[in-house]
Design a protein around this ligand. Sequence first.
Ligand SMILES: C[S@@+](CC[C@H](N)C(=O)[O-])C[C@H]1O[C@@H](n2cnc3c(N)ncnc32)[C@H](O)[C@@H]1O
Ligand SMILES: [Zn+2]
Length: 357
Amino acid sequence: MRSEALELLRCSRCRHYPLTLETRVQADQEVREGELRCANCEERFLIAGGVVEMLRAPSQQAEEELESIDKWLPLVNEVTPLNDDWLIGLPRTFHKGAETDIAVNLTHFLELVDARPGQRVLEVGAGVTWLSNLLARRGCSVVATDITRRLYVGLDSADVLMRHFGTVYDRVTADMNDVPCVDGAFDVVVANAVFHHSEDLTETFREMWRVLRPGGRMVFLEPVVGPLNLAGKRFLSRLHEDGLGDQAYPIWSYTRAARRAGFAPHSFIAPSVEHHLRHLRDDPDYLGNRTLKYRLARSVPRAFQVPVLAVLARRALYPAALYLFGLTCIFVGHRLDPWARQGRARAPAIQSAQVDR
Ligand SMILES: C[S@@+](CC[C@H](N)C(=O)[O-])C[C@H]1O[C@@H](n2cnc3c(N)ncnc32)[C@H](O)[C@@H]1O
Ligand SMILES: [Zn+2]
Protein backbone atom coordinates (compact mmCIF):
# COMPACT_ATOMS: atom_id res chain seq x y z
CA MET A 1 0.00 0.00 0.00
CA ARG A 2 1.01 3.58 -0.48
CA SER A 3 1.21 5.55 2.76
CA GLU A 4 -1.51 7.94 1.43
CA ALA A 5 -3.97 5.03 1.59
CA LEU A 6 -3.94 5.44 5.36
CA GLU A 7 -6.52 8.21 4.99
CA LEU A 8 -8.96 5.72 3.40
CA LEU A 9 -8.60 2.70 5.67
CA ARG A 10 -10.49 1.94 8.86
CA CYS A 11 -10.28 -0.94 11.31
CA SER A 12 -12.13 -4.00 9.96
CA ARG A 13 -12.85 -5.13 13.51
CA CYS A 14 -14.19 -2.02 15.30
CA ARG A 15 -14.36 0.50 12.39
CA HIS A 16 -12.09 2.93 14.19
CA TYR A 17 -10.36 5.55 12.05
CA PRO A 18 -7.56 6.48 11.56
CA LEU A 19 -5.19 3.55 11.90
CA THR A 20 -1.52 3.99 12.61
CA LEU A 21 1.10 2.80 10.17
CA GLU A 22 4.40 1.20 11.04
CA THR A 23 6.61 0.95 7.98
CA ARG A 24 9.35 -1.68 8.06
CA VAL A 25 10.27 -1.79 4.36
CA GLN A 26 9.45 0.94 1.85
CA ALA A 27 10.18 0.26 -1.85
CA ASP A 28 8.74 1.11 -5.28
CA GLN A 29 6.54 3.89 -3.77
CA GLU A 30 4.86 1.33 -1.50
CA VAL A 31 5.03 0.18 2.06
CA ARG A 32 6.14 -3.39 1.29
CA GLU A 33 6.42 -4.66 4.85
CA GLY A 34 4.84 -3.25 7.96
CA GLU A 35 1.72 -3.12 10.04
CA LEU A 36 -1.45 -1.11 10.56
CA ARG A 37 -2.64 -0.76 14.14
CA CYS A 38 -5.98 0.19 15.61
CA ALA A 39 -5.59 2.34 18.71
CA ASN A 40 -9.17 1.55 19.74
CA CYS A 41 -9.36 -2.27 19.72
CA GLU A 42 -5.61 -2.96 19.38
CA GLU A 43 -6.11 -5.16 16.30
CA ARG A 44 -3.04 -5.37 14.04
CA PHE A 45 -3.13 -5.81 10.28
CA LEU A 46 -0.05 -7.17 8.55
CA ILE A 47 1.34 -5.54 5.42
CA ALA A 48 3.31 -8.19 3.53
CA GLY A 49 4.62 -7.87 -0.02
CA GLY A 50 2.69 -4.58 -0.27
CA VAL A 51 -0.69 -6.23 0.47
CA VAL A 52 -2.62 -5.17 3.57
CA GLU A 53 -4.35 -8.15 5.16
CA MET A 54 -7.68 -6.95 6.54
CA LEU A 55 -9.94 -9.97 5.93
CA ARG A 56 -10.31 -10.88 9.60
CA ALA A 57 -13.30 -13.17 9.76
CA PRO A 58 -14.23 -14.42 6.27
CA SER A 59 -17.91 -15.18 5.65
CA GLN A 60 -18.82 -18.79 4.93
CA GLN A 61 -19.10 -17.94 1.22
CA ALA A 62 -15.61 -16.42 1.21
CA GLU A 63 -14.22 -19.33 3.23
CA GLU A 64 -15.65 -21.87 0.76
CA GLU A 65 -14.32 -19.94 -2.22
CA LEU A 66 -10.87 -19.74 -0.69
CA GLU A 67 -10.90 -23.48 -0.06
CA SER A 68 -12.06 -24.23 -3.62
CA ILE A 69 -9.05 -22.51 -5.23
CA ASP A 70 -6.80 -25.56 -4.81
CA LYS A 71 -9.40 -27.64 -6.61
CA TRP A 72 -9.97 -25.49 -9.70
CA LEU A 73 -6.57 -23.87 -10.17
CA PRO A 74 -4.85 -26.96 -11.70
CA LEU A 75 -7.83 -27.41 -14.07
CA VAL A 76 -7.65 -23.79 -15.26
CA ASN A 77 -3.91 -24.14 -15.66
CA GLU A 78 -4.44 -27.01 -18.09
CA VAL A 79 -6.62 -24.85 -20.37
CA THR A 80 -4.68 -21.59 -19.97
CA PRO A 81 -1.16 -21.74 -18.54
CA LEU A 82 -1.15 -19.12 -15.78
CA ASN A 83 2.14 -17.24 -15.89
CA ASP A 84 3.52 -13.68 -16.06
CA ASP A 85 2.92 -13.38 -19.82
CA TRP A 86 -0.72 -14.38 -19.33
CA LEU A 87 -1.10 -11.75 -16.61
CA ILE A 88 0.51 -8.99 -18.63
CA GLY A 89 -1.66 -9.84 -21.65
CA LEU A 90 -4.98 -9.59 -19.75
CA PRO A 91 -7.78 -9.11 -20.61
CA ARG A 92 -6.77 -10.23 -24.15
CA THR A 93 -5.38 -13.50 -22.80
CA PHE A 94 -8.60 -14.54 -21.02
CA HIS A 95 -9.97 -17.70 -22.59
CA LYS A 96 -12.14 -16.99 -25.61
CA GLY A 97 -15.81 -17.77 -25.98
CA ALA A 98 -17.07 -16.92 -22.51
CA GLU A 99 -20.01 -14.57 -22.79
CA THR A 100 -18.46 -12.33 -20.22
CA ASP A 101 -15.60 -11.81 -22.69
CA ILE A 102 -14.28 -8.63 -21.17
CA ALA A 103 -11.86 -7.92 -23.99
CA VAL A 104 -14.92 -7.37 -26.23
CA ASN A 105 -16.78 -5.35 -23.60
CA LEU A 106 -13.88 -3.32 -22.33
CA THR A 107 -14.33 -0.22 -24.50
CA HIS A 108 -17.93 0.19 -23.46
CA PHE A 109 -17.16 -0.66 -19.84
CA LEU A 110 -14.43 2.00 -19.69
CA GLU A 111 -16.69 4.59 -21.32
CA LEU A 112 -19.16 4.00 -18.50
CA VAL A 113 -16.42 4.13 -15.85
CA ASP A 114 -15.25 7.42 -17.40
CA ALA A 115 -11.91 7.12 -15.63
CA ARG A 116 -10.09 10.41 -15.08
CA PRO A 117 -6.69 11.16 -13.60
CA GLY A 118 -6.90 11.58 -9.86
CA GLN A 119 -10.25 9.81 -9.56
CA ARG A 120 -10.47 7.52 -6.55
CA VAL A 121 -11.51 4.05 -7.61
CA LEU A 122 -12.28 0.95 -5.55
CA GLU A 123 -12.23 -2.40 -7.31
CA VAL A 124 -13.97 -5.20 -5.44
CA GLY A 125 -13.22 -8.84 -6.26
CA ALA A 126 -10.24 -7.54 -8.24
CA GLY A 127 -8.68 -10.99 -8.61
CA VAL A 128 -5.33 -10.61 -10.37
CA THR A 129 -6.02 -6.81 -10.60
CA TRP A 130 -5.74 -6.43 -14.39
CA LEU A 131 -8.58 -3.84 -14.32
CA SER A 132 -7.14 -1.92 -11.36
CA ASN A 133 -3.84 -1.81 -13.22
CA LEU A 134 -5.53 -0.48 -16.35
CA LEU A 135 -7.26 2.27 -14.37
CA ALA A 136 -4.01 3.13 -12.57
CA ARG A 137 -2.40 3.50 -16.00
CA ARG A 138 -5.09 6.06 -16.78
CA GLY A 139 -4.08 8.07 -13.71
CA CYS A 140 -6.75 6.89 -11.26
CA SER A 141 -5.87 6.32 -7.64
CA VAL A 142 -6.97 2.73 -7.16
CA VAL A 143 -7.57 0.42 -4.22
CA ALA A 144 -7.88 -3.23 -5.32
CA THR A 145 -9.61 -5.62 -2.92
CA ASP A 146 -10.23 -9.34 -3.01
CA ILE A 147 -10.52 -12.19 -0.54
CA THR A 148 -7.37 -13.85 -1.89
CA ARG A 149 -3.83 -12.66 -2.45
CA ARG A 150 -2.66 -15.85 -4.15
CA LEU A 151 -0.44 -15.38 -7.22
CA TYR A 152 -2.30 -15.77 -10.56
CA VAL A 153 -5.62 -15.68 -8.69
CA GLY A 154 -5.48 -12.71 -6.35
CA LEU A 155 -3.72 -9.54 -5.24
CA ASP A 156 -0.09 -10.78 -5.24
CA SER A 157 -0.34 -10.86 -9.04
CA ALA A 158 -0.23 -7.05 -9.01
CA ASP A 159 3.52 -7.17 -8.36
CA VAL A 160 4.02 -8.54 -11.88
CA LEU A 161 1.69 -5.93 -13.43
CA MET A 162 3.05 -2.96 -11.47
CA ARG A 163 6.64 -3.92 -12.33
CA HIS A 164 5.82 -4.36 -16.02
CA PHE A 165 3.63 -1.24 -16.46
CA GLY A 166 5.31 1.05 -13.90
CA THR A 167 2.02 1.51 -12.05
CA VAL A 168 1.30 1.58 -8.35
CA TYR A 169 -2.00 0.96 -6.59
CA ASP A 170 -3.11 -0.22 -3.17
CA ARG A 171 -4.09 -3.79 -2.38
CA VAL A 172 -6.17 -4.88 0.57
CA THR A 173 -7.64 -8.29 1.31
CA ALA A 174 -11.30 -7.68 2.15
CA ASP A 175 -14.81 -8.99 1.71
CA MET A 176 -17.13 -7.07 -0.62
CA ASN A 177 -19.72 -6.93 2.20
CA ASP A 178 -17.28 -5.40 4.65
CA VAL A 179 -14.89 -3.03 2.93
CA PRO A 180 -12.39 -1.62 5.47
CA CYS A 181 -12.60 1.89 4.04
CA VAL A 182 -14.17 5.06 5.40
CA ASP A 183 -17.57 6.34 4.22
CA GLY A 184 -17.56 8.32 0.97
CA ALA A 185 -13.95 7.40 0.14
CA PHE A 186 -14.40 6.72 -3.60
CA ASP A 187 -15.67 8.39 -6.76
CA VAL A 188 -16.23 5.07 -8.52
CA VAL A 189 -16.55 1.41 -7.58
CA VAL A 190 -15.84 -1.15 -10.30
CA ALA A 191 -16.33 -4.92 -10.35
CA ASN A 192 -16.02 -7.44 -13.15
CA ALA A 193 -18.01 -10.66 -12.68
CA VAL A 194 -17.97 -10.41 -8.88
CA PHE A 195 -21.42 -9.51 -7.55
CA HIS A 196 -22.96 -12.81 -8.65
CA HIS A 197 -20.79 -14.26 -5.86
CA SER A 198 -22.71 -12.20 -3.31
CA GLU A 199 -25.21 -14.05 -1.14
CA ASP A 200 -27.14 -10.85 -0.50
CA LEU A 201 -26.99 -8.27 -3.28
CA THR A 202 -28.78 -5.58 -1.24
CA GLU A 203 -26.25 -5.88 1.56
CA THR A 204 -23.38 -5.76 -0.92
CA PHE A 205 -24.77 -2.72 -2.75
CA ARG A 206 -25.38 -0.94 0.58
CA GLU A 207 -21.69 -1.36 1.29
CA MET A 208 -20.85 0.06 -2.16
CA TRP A 209 -23.20 2.98 -1.44
CA ARG A 210 -21.45 3.64 1.87
CA VAL A 211 -17.93 3.80 0.44
CA LEU A 212 -18.97 5.97 -2.53
CA ARG A 213 -19.10 9.73 -2.20
CA PRO A 214 -22.48 11.40 -2.79
CA GLY A 215 -23.00 11.40 -6.55
CA GLY A 216 -20.50 8.54 -7.00
CA ARG A 217 -21.12 5.55 -9.27
CA MET A 218 -20.65 1.81 -9.31
CA VAL A 219 -20.01 0.20 -12.68
CA PHE A 220 -20.00 -3.57 -12.94
CA LEU A 221 -20.35 -6.40 -15.42
CA GLU A 222 -22.35 -9.53 -14.66
CA PRO A 223 -23.53 -12.67 -16.42
CA VAL A 224 -27.29 -12.33 -15.79
CA VAL A 225 -29.15 -15.65 -15.72
CA GLY A 226 -32.90 -15.55 -16.47
CA PRO A 227 -35.51 -18.03 -15.19
CA LEU A 228 -35.69 -19.93 -18.52
CA ASN A 229 -31.94 -20.37 -18.87
CA LEU A 230 -31.93 -23.86 -17.40
CA ALA A 231 -28.49 -24.76 -18.76
CA GLY A 232 -26.99 -21.58 -17.26
CA LYS A 233 -28.65 -22.28 -13.93
CA ARG A 234 -27.38 -25.88 -13.92
CA PHE A 235 -23.87 -24.71 -14.76
CA LEU A 236 -23.79 -22.08 -12.01
CA SER A 237 -25.33 -24.37 -9.43
CA ARG A 238 -22.58 -26.94 -10.21
CA LEU A 239 -19.99 -24.22 -9.63
CA HIS A 240 -21.81 -23.22 -6.47
CA GLU A 241 -21.75 -26.78 -5.15
CA ASP A 242 -18.03 -26.86 -5.88
CA GLY A 243 -17.61 -23.97 -3.46
CA LEU A 244 -17.20 -21.29 -6.14
CA GLY A 245 -20.03 -19.18 -4.78
CA ASP A 246 -21.59 -18.32 -8.15
CA GLN A 247 -25.32 -17.51 -8.05
CA ALA A 248 -27.78 -17.40 -10.93
CA TYR A 249 -29.38 -13.96 -10.51
CA PRO A 250 -31.92 -12.62 -13.02
CA ILE A 251 -31.80 -8.99 -14.12
CA TRP A 252 -34.35 -7.79 -11.59
CA SER A 253 -32.30 -9.13 -8.65
CA TYR A 254 -29.56 -6.65 -9.55
CA THR A 255 -31.78 -3.65 -10.30
CA ARG A 256 -34.09 -4.20 -7.30
CA ALA A 257 -31.19 -4.64 -4.87
CA ALA A 258 -29.44 -1.58 -6.28
CA ARG A 259 -32.60 0.52 -5.83
CA ARG A 260 -33.07 -0.76 -2.28
CA ALA A 261 -29.49 0.19 -1.49
CA GLY A 262 -30.02 3.74 -2.74
CA PHE A 263 -28.83 3.66 -6.35
CA ALA A 264 -30.48 4.66 -9.60
CA PRO A 265 -29.63 1.59 -11.71
CA HIS A 266 -29.15 1.48 -15.47
CA SER A 267 -28.32 -1.68 -17.35
CA PHE A 268 -26.79 -2.18 -20.76
CA ILE A 269 -26.62 -5.41 -22.70
CA ALA A 270 -22.92 -6.09 -23.12
CA PRO A 271 -21.43 -5.85 -26.63
CA SER A 272 -20.13 -9.42 -26.22
CA VAL A 273 -23.72 -10.71 -26.58
CA GLU A 274 -24.06 -9.66 -30.19
CA HIS A 275 -20.39 -10.35 -30.83
CA HIS A 276 -20.88 -13.99 -29.86
CA LEU A 277 -24.12 -14.30 -31.83
CA ARG A 278 -22.31 -13.08 -34.91
CA HIS A 279 -19.33 -15.35 -34.33
CA LEU A 280 -21.35 -18.50 -33.76
CA ARG A 281 -21.09 -19.00 -37.52
CA ASP A 282 -17.40 -19.84 -37.00
CA ASP A 283 -18.66 -22.94 -35.21
CA PRO A 284 -18.61 -26.03 -37.52
CA ASP A 285 -22.06 -26.93 -36.18
CA TYR A 286 -23.44 -23.49 -37.07
CA LEU A 287 -25.93 -24.55 -39.75
CA GLY A 288 -27.12 -27.74 -38.08
CA ASN A 289 -27.49 -26.64 -34.45
CA ARG A 290 -31.16 -26.35 -33.54
CA THR A 291 -30.86 -24.60 -30.18
CA LEU A 292 -32.48 -21.19 -29.75
CA LYS A 293 -29.15 -19.39 -29.57
CA TYR A 294 -28.03 -20.77 -32.95
CA ARG A 295 -31.42 -20.16 -34.54
CA LEU A 296 -31.22 -16.55 -33.39
CA ALA A 297 -27.68 -16.26 -34.67
CA ARG A 298 -28.85 -17.44 -38.11
CA SER A 299 -31.81 -15.11 -38.31
CA VAL A 300 -30.75 -12.01 -36.37
CA PRO A 301 -27.92 -10.88 -38.69
CA ARG A 302 -30.41 -11.08 -41.59
CA ALA A 303 -32.93 -9.13 -39.54
CA PHE A 304 -30.31 -6.45 -38.97
CA GLN A 305 -30.14 -5.79 -42.72
CA VAL A 306 -33.72 -4.48 -42.56
CA PRO A 307 -33.66 -1.17 -40.66
CA VAL A 308 -37.10 -1.55 -39.05
CA LEU A 309 -36.31 -5.06 -37.87
CA ALA A 310 -32.94 -3.97 -36.55
CA VAL A 311 -34.64 -1.41 -34.31
CA LEU A 312 -37.26 -3.96 -33.29
CA ALA A 313 -34.60 -6.55 -32.47
CA ARG A 314 -32.74 -4.11 -30.25
CA ARG A 315 -35.84 -2.70 -28.59
CA ALA A 316 -37.80 -5.93 -28.11
CA LEU A 317 -35.80 -9.07 -28.78
CA TYR A 318 -32.79 -8.34 -26.62
CA PRO A 319 -34.70 -7.03 -23.59
CA ALA A 320 -37.05 -10.05 -23.78
CA ALA A 321 -34.07 -12.42 -24.00
CA LEU A 322 -32.47 -10.56 -21.12
CA TYR A 323 -35.50 -11.01 -18.86
CA LEU A 324 -36.26 -14.60 -19.79
CA PHE A 325 -32.86 -16.15 -20.47
CA GLY A 326 -30.38 -13.58 -19.20
CA LEU A 327 -27.50 -11.99 -21.08
CA THR A 328 -24.24 -10.46 -19.99
CA CYS A 329 -24.91 -6.93 -18.78
CA ILE A 330 -22.97 -3.88 -17.74
CA PHE A 331 -24.67 -2.00 -14.91
CA VAL A 332 -24.21 1.53 -13.72
CA GLY A 333 -25.62 2.55 -10.35
CA HIS A 334 -25.65 6.24 -9.49
CA ARG A 335 -25.58 6.80 -5.76
CA LEU A 336 -28.70 8.70 -4.72
CA ASP A 337 -28.80 10.62 -1.46
CA PRO A 338 -31.80 10.83 0.87
CA TRP A 339 -32.54 14.48 0.08
CA ALA A 340 -32.44 13.69 -3.65
CA ARG A 341 -34.33 10.41 -3.25
CA GLN A 342 -37.52 11.96 -1.91
CA GLY A 343 -38.42 13.76 -5.12
CA ARG A 344 -36.56 11.60 -7.60
CA ALA A 345 -37.90 10.41 -10.88
CA ARG A 346 -37.06 6.73 -11.12
CA ALA A 347 -34.30 5.87 -13.51
CA PRO A 348 -35.31 3.34 -16.17
CA ALA A 349 -34.28 -0.17 -15.18
CA ILE A 350 -33.42 -1.28 -18.71
CA GLN A 351 -31.96 0.92 -21.37
CA SER A 352 -31.92 -0.08 -24.98
CA ALA A 353 -29.18 -2.50 -25.93
CA GLN A 354 -25.91 -0.73 -26.55
CA VAL A 355 -24.15 -2.70 -29.21
CA ASP A 356 -20.74 -2.07 -30.75
CA ARG A 357 -20.99 -2.86 -34.43
C1 LIG B 1 -14.97 -14.36 -11.55
S1 LIG B 1 -13.69 -13.74 -10.53
C2 LIG B 1 -13.39 -12.14 -11.25
C3 LIG B 1 -12.05 -11.62 -10.91
C4 LIG B 1 -11.70 -10.25 -11.51
N1 LIG B 1 -12.73 -9.27 -11.23
C5 LIG B 1 -11.42 -10.34 -13.00
O1 LIG B 1 -12.04 -9.62 -13.77
O2 LIG B 1 -10.56 -11.13 -13.40
C6 LIG B 1 -14.56 -13.38 -9.01
C7 LIG B 1 -13.64 -12.75 -7.97
O3 LIG B 1 -14.45 -12.43 -6.82
C8 LIG B 1 -13.70 -12.71 -5.67
N2 LIG B 1 -14.64 -12.89 -4.55
C9 LIG B 1 -15.42 -13.93 -4.27
N3 LIG B 1 -16.12 -13.73 -3.15
C10 LIG B 1 -15.77 -12.49 -2.71
C11 LIG B 1 -16.15 -11.71 -1.59
N4 LIG B 1 -17.02 -12.16 -0.69
N5 LIG B 1 -15.61 -10.50 -1.43
C12 LIG B 1 -14.69 -10.04 -2.34
N6 LIG B 1 -14.30 -10.73 -3.42
C13 LIG B 1 -14.83 -11.95 -3.61
C14 LIG B 1 -12.93 -13.96 -6.04
O4 LIG B 1 -11.80 -14.18 -5.19
C15 LIG B 1 -12.54 -13.67 -7.47
O5 LIG B 1 -11.31 -12.98 -7.57
ZN1 LIG C 1 -10.26 -1.57 15.86
